[in-house]
Design a protein. Structure first.
Length: 350
């Protein structure tokens, strides 16, 4: 009987050892991906947040896009992803320019904009036909072009960035606000410039208050306007509030009733945004949008003031790649010549 018990104990011990051996092998033959996950959990490394920057590349002014991208990329350590939006005919040119210059290191995606989405929504305006270019309306369609980001920066092409784009991206948006803009009354140092060139900075300059549809909005004509050339947008709120649909509604009403396109502001892309975002936008730091540099060919800011600025915007007719224009040296610092030779700067001695 004792012998029988001893044999059973030995068999039981062998069985336990066998099970242990099998479990040991299973643990040590775990798939490498699973083992890596365990290591990652013990020593997590935060992925650097991606900053999406949307900028258009229009025919005839791609040098502007290049200078803007160059200035952003050169002044930040942030993980910037550029979404470069163009028409089918312009995309190959901008891609080649980037890939054959020092900008080949940037992270970028080229997005084609289909102008058919604007069919029936734009009223022709002979006074400033350049404002009717399809890419002027890209900012209306941000969620359709940019899918995976919660927060997005949109920039006009006629800007340069002198600060770290991370600061602009960190702009706080109030709950319920789909976007942040620069208020046209926000910076006293620009008021003299505005007065001297007769530029409008109120809703009166953009909307036709003779029209009943505009008066029915209940917006005072002396309300400060804002400039949508620099936007920090919350895509979740934008989609939730159906901002794109609201903008399209006012575009279509303008086609039918001529509510804003022939007024002094001439802002066919600005005016519907002024209506839709009235009282529902957050503020961008004023130094992150110093504008009106393209409004006059000879009215200048002080050099000290411009050195302090984080972002410069040549909104208006007088662009820094053309002649005449002011403060062209600040813009040209960031310009990279076109390898194909198609885009050339216009200068008095050229």
């Amino acid at each position: 009987i004792l012998l029988f018990v001893s044999v059973n104990q030995i068999l039981l011990l062998l069985l336990v050892l066998t099970v242990c051996a099998i479990l040991y092998n299973k643990v040590h033959q775990m798939p490498s991906a699973l083992k890596n996950e365990t290591v990652d959990l013990e020593s997590p490394e935060e992925l650097e947040e991606e900053i999406p920057v949307v900028i258009c590349a229009a025919a005839g002014r791609m040098g502007a896009t290049i200078a803007a991208i160059s200035s952003i990329y050169s002044n930040t350590e942030a993980n910037v992803l550029f979404y470069i939006v163009g028409l089918k005919t312009t995309i190959p040119h901008i891609r080649k320019w980037i890939e054959n210059s020092k900008l080949k290191e940037i992270k970028f995606k080229v997005v084609e904009f289909n102008p058919m989405v604007l069919k029936g929504k734009i009223r022709q305006d002979a006074s400033r036909p350049e404002l009717l270019q399809p890419l002027n309306f890209v900012r209306f369609y941000l969620p359709l072009l940019i899918q995976k980001h919660e927060k997005v920066i949109y920039l006009d092409d006629d800007i340069i960035v002198q600060g770290d784009i991370q600061e602009l991206y960190d702009t706080k948006l109030a709950p319920g606000h789909a976007a942040a803009f620069s208020d046209d009354c926000d910076l006293p140092s620009t008021h003299e410039m505005v007065r001297s060139v007769g530029m409008q900075n109120t809703y009166m300059g953009f909307l036709d208050y003779r029209k009943q549809a505009i008066r029915d909005l209940g917006i005072s004509p002396s309300t400060c306007s804002f400039n949508p050339g620099v936007i920090v947008a919350n895509m979740t709120e934008w989609k939730h509030q159906r901002i794109t649909k609201q903008l399209e509604k006012w575009m279509q009403r303008n086609v039918e009733e001529n509510l804003y396109s022939s007024t002094l502001g001439g802002g066919v892309a600005t005016s519907p945004m002024l209506i839709v975002f009235h009282g529902k936008y957050s503020a961008i730091n004023p130094m992150w949008h110093i504008r009106h540099l393209g409004w006059s060919p000879d009215t200048r800011y002080s050099e000290h003031f411009l050195q302090e600025a984080k972002l410069l915007h040549w909104n208006g007719r007088y662009k820094p790649w053309d002649y005449p224009s002011v403060h062209t040296d600040l813009w040209e610092n960031w310009f990279i010549p076109d390898p194909s030779g198609k885009f050339k700067l216009t200068r008095p001695d050229s």
